[in-house]
Design a protein around this ligand. Sequence first.
Ligand SMILES: [Zn+2]
Length: 346
Amino acid sequence: MQVFRTVLGDVPIETSGRILTHEHLLYGYPGAELDHRTVLDYDAAIGRVAKQVRAGMTDYGYGTLVDMTPPEVGRHPQFLVDVAKQTGLNVVAITGFFPERMGIPYYWRRQTREELTEFFVRDLTEGMVFAWQQTPYKAGAIKIATGQESVTPAPSPRGANGRHVHEVEDRVIRAAAHAAMQVGCGINTHIDPMDFQVTNPGREQLEILDEEGMDLSRVIIGHAFVPPQLEMMREVLKMGANVQLDHIGIPWRVGSAEELDEAMANALLELLSDGYLDRIVLSFDRWFFNPRSTVTDDDPQLANEKVDLSYMFTSWVPRLKSKGITDEQLDAIMIHNPRRILSIKV
Ligand SMILES: [Zn+2]
């Protein structure tokens, strides 16, 4: 049976509803959990997130969400469980790490490839650890990440291996491949669009996964459309992997949401005419709750929080339909493709 491994246990993929493949229910950069200004009013935060989720499920048929928050970026297993319990949403947590420049705590940088693999496998099969405690809540997919994003964004320098991938990121990616192959789960990735200036970061990630024997049809290259680089996406697709269209309504590294949405919609049409309907997934990359937003309302990054779940069907889908995209194509992208790529056989 093919299942999604959710924080409340395995569920058949037929229960998925529409699937968002890259979101964050609770999000804070590494260290945010130590800040007096971000102390969480837990019940209020759960209430706020659950309200957004319930509206999205009732009005738009969302049923499954992959929470792509890595352990060092505020991953909070109990928070995900409480949202799932209060809403009925299938919440898939991930194991893995953020890019080396922004994440991968020192402790983990010291681990061998084998130790990293064991960490991922145990998150996926025994349950995640939170604040020194074992929880029974399992992750259901793996996140890998590369890129230079920082307080002063710049393209990644060439690394020791000849790729624009940092040394520890390279080890993490190899470990992720082994864990995914052991468990039979999918991998979803983060690339930084800044790296489009110097390389095709998705191809580099896939090369490393491929060197370890990973089935690339179980890999999604995230942030691939921000903004769209058609030739880079085609290169990734020709290698057998999938691409994720995300940042709908969220202008990251581009002028405006309108500009990005229109460019992404046109690129999507191109890939569909190339015959890649079954290799595309869709998500916002929303931050449902970022405690930092209670501190600075004018932070431009809070665009990730401001876009509403309804935007998909009030703005994005009408834009696609005006270009001739059909309901069947949307179902492939929002239901059938993520079921195939991110489910686990049990
Ligand atoms: Zn994200």
